[in-house]
Design a protein around this ligand. Sequence first.
Ligand code: SF4
Ligand code: SF4
Length: 347
Amino acid sequence: MEKIRLGRTGMMVSKLGFGGIPIQRVSEDEAVAVVRRCLELGITFIDTANAYTTSEERIGRAIRGQRERPFVATKTGHREREGVERHLKLSLEHLGTDTIDLYQFHGVSDSKSLDMVLDPRGPMAVVKEAQKAGRVKHIGITSHSMDIAKEAMKTDQFETIMFPFNFITCEPADELLPLTREHDVGFIAMKPLAGGLLDNVTIAFKYLFQFPDIVPIPGIEKTHEIEEIVQVLAGPREMTEAEKRDMERLREELGTRFCRRCEYCQPCPEGIRISTVMNIRSFAKRMPPERIFSGMLAEAMEQAANCTECGECEERCPYNLPIREMVAEQVKWYQEEKGKYQEVASR
Ligand code: SF4
Ligand code: SF4
């Protein structure tokens, strides 16, 4: 498979990567088989996170003893020293390795989080110490906020950035890629299928493959999904006129229904986690049902039922999403699905 240089990490990685969220949903053997099929197809960039429950361990099992070891990226969402130390230790254990190729600060989407990450005695110091000790090779960041992503690039502290990029969330092409190129930062494209909103794989990947220096990381659960994308990569990669028309139509239809999780709509006076609520169906496609119908996500969805429809969030959303309408739709969908889930669980 074609390889690209991942910014100033200097590493050559496959032009298509593997996103490790959905393998939490299948059995361990199925997960291992999916990862190994990706390796067979030539994928050498694998992304996971401490937050993805079993994903790191399954990837660790899949890559153990493989002839060519892939480049493995993982992440921590902790913003404090001790938490990062703990996550790093766990990731090394789960992945069964002495060195993590790329360690990323996960979901840094506001100034406070960026400051905490960069605190000279905080998370960055822990990862830099690990780098000196050879336990981490490269350091990256992931974000959903364009402003924070740009700010992070300018610090020159990160060798890679992971940011949502697809033909609907196409702002990075003009706003972020020029900056990552200027600072020689590797660009990893998350949400290539807009969190499950796009089902036309051909158009979605033909769009992304036109950029010569990004690595899209689709979340993969089944081998046929990655095989289909590899076919697109094999070409022809130029969009036909009909595909271009379809892309424009989809942009119009879906562009005002896709939440980028940028958090510009906050704060909500009712404490509603708007971006979580807006993306609940996407999470449900990628995560096990117990994580959807209990814990933090269940709390967020219960809270969302308190929306007073004040409209403050809509004034702040740069993408003009009809948040009130969408929150109500998501709450309704969630309650119906939760009912079905509880019925099955009680049998
Ligand atoms: S609703 Fe709008 S402002 Fe809020 S996270 Fe989504 S895209 Fe960003
Ligand atoms: S409309 Fe609902 S979600 Fe938006 S700010 Fe008001 S209460 Fe929060």
